[in-house]
Design a protein around this ligand. Structure first.
Ligand code: ATP
Ligand code: MG
Length: 455
């Protein structure tokens, strides 16, 4: 049960939740003022694109957090976008978050990444006002977070958004079970009930048999599982992670990442996940916001970020990423010609280029990109090599995306926009299909069916 309905919150007296400024605008959710910065290319919807019809979980607009004397004079001033050192010298202030706008949609893993000091922790702490923003707006399910009184804010932190920290934050003299039950205890849940719920969570995070140990008797990975279980026990609408796995060794870290993937896939959990580790961001993120000096320099899917970096900073960040493991066949495919639509192995549009390389190598000829029985295009050796070499074109729209009237074409359409704004690959998307060499499949009909082999 999610407790984000004010009517269900114990002790909640407030009347109708305050509305986020600008919320009444006729724009579609996710299309509003998000990412007004000229640097930012933003898909109109997330991977969880069903969310286009409901309020975003978080809706952040022009958010600033400035530390230092008379901080509130900085946003909107001529100094606002000075380099950090110059701003500090002239005003004594540090602008940790500068004019950031984004939405977090229901069911997505929204990753915030960037170098140390880029403003990640400050930004995420602002979401629940653990740090008070200097200016801007934050909506949660359409409610104005900055207008919340203390009771409502406490409710937000106890019931609706749970934080998982890097250093676990466990109580050393309590058992695993009591640590997990702690959030329920401060909510006032009765002992028997909270212990039953904690026992459920112990099993969920794989700690059965360790209920009565103290945190000191657990490994780092096990302690972080307790931290995760404690956050899950209150069944929050959104989980906020601040570099939760950075203290863990690589194998345990991988294990915990799997846990996050599972929570996302099986339970549809909404998560905001901070990391400075690119491979973690690419692995977990539905979308990634890349920060530099308090600003979001690019916001997009992992494929957007790797396939169409917004500037040299992002390009540098993703330089060593194996493109074939992140980019999909949507990006590589060309139009089918001369009966190609009816033969060859079938791939789903979300199949990676690496998977396509294997399918094409095995079959010796082009593979088809199939969606609900329709052939969207084909990939052959030349197309796939282009992608690996970084000479690829922008993703091709499916017929559905072309005809979507409400602008909610989803993740891939967003990538297209992103490429266009970047002034990069989009121009090439309209070039003649025979830009890719057409190599007919040897041996005629290929094994395979219209069933896509890779989800
Ligand atoms: N309370 C504070 N007072 C003054 N400056 C602060 C304060 N908290 C953070 N800052 C500054 O704000 C900037 C952003 O800090 P923040 O902790 O958000 O970065 P981060 O991206 O989370 O870094 P890391 O990866 O090292 O955790 C930094 O320059 C930091 O020094
Ligand atoms: Mg931090």
């Amino acid at each position: 049960m999610n407790t984000n309905d004010p009517a269900q919150v114990p002790g909640q007296q407030s009347a109708a939740p305050a509305q986020v400024p600008g919320k009444q605008s006729a724009k579609q959710p996710g299309q509003a003022a998000e990412a007004t910065s000229p640097h930012v290319s933003t898909p109109p919807a997330s991977a969880a694109s069903a969310a286009t019809s409901v309020s975003p979980v978080f809706s952040v607009r022009e958010l600033w957090k400035v530390f230092g004397p008379r901080a509130d004079r900085i946003p909107g001033s001529p100094e606002a976008h000075l380099p950090a050192a110059e701003l500090r010298e002239r005003t004594g202030c540090t602008a940790a978050v500068r004019g950031v706008s984004f939405d977090v949609h229901q069911g997505e893993v929204f990753v915030v990444m960037g170098l140390s000091g880029s403003g990640k922790s400050t930004l995420v702490r602002c979401l629940t006002r653990l740090i008070e923003p200097t200016s801007g707006s934050i909506g949660m399910d359409g409610e104005d977070v900055l207008a919340m009184d203390r009771t409502r804010l406490r409710d937000l932190r106890r019931h609706r958004a749970a934080m998982v920290f890097q250093h676990f934050g466990l109580l050393p003299h309590r058992s695993v079970l009591d640590n997990i039950a702690y959030g329920l205890e401060i909510q006032g849940v009765r002992k028997a009930q909270r212990r039953a719920r904690a026992a459920e969570m112990v099993a969920k995070v794989g700690l059965s048999g360790m209920e009565h140990r103290r945190p000191g008797q657990l490994s780092g990975g096990q302690q972080q599982r307790v931290g995760l279980a404690r956050a899950l026990a209150v069944d929050p609408e959104v989980l906020l992670f601040d570099e939760p796995f950075s203290a863990l060794d690589p194998l345990i870290r991988r294990d915990m990442q799997e846990e996050v993937v599972r929570l996302h896939r099986d339970e549809g959990r909404t998560m905001v996940f901070i990391t400075h580790d690119l491979s973690e961001a690419l692995r977990l993120g539905s979308r990634i916001a890349l920060m530099r000096d308090g600003e979001i320099v690019q916001l997009g899917t992992p494929e957007d970020i790797v396939g169409a970096p917004a500037d040299d900073y992002v390009r540098d960040f993703v330089r060593d990423v194996p493109r074939e493991q992140v980019l999909t066949v949507r990006r590589a495919m060309r139009q089918a010609r001369d009966g190609e639509a009816g033969q060859g192995p079938a791939l789903a549009p979300g199949a990676t280029v690496a998977e396509a390389i294997e399918a094409v190598a095995r079959s010796g000829g082009p593979a088809r990109v199939m969606d609900a029985g329709r052939c969207l295009g084909v990939v052959d050796h030349a197309c796939l090599l282009d992608v690996v070499a970084g000479l690829d074109r922008a993703p091709q729209p499916s017929p559905d995306e072309r005809t979507d009237a409400d602008g909610s074409a989803g993740r891939r359409a967003g990538a297209r926009e992103s490429a266009k704004e970047d002034g990069g690959a989009d121009g090439r998307a309209n070039e003649a299909p025979d830009e890719c060499a057409d190599k007919p499949a040897p041996g005629g009909q290929q094994p395979g069916s219209d069933e896509a082999v890779t989800a």
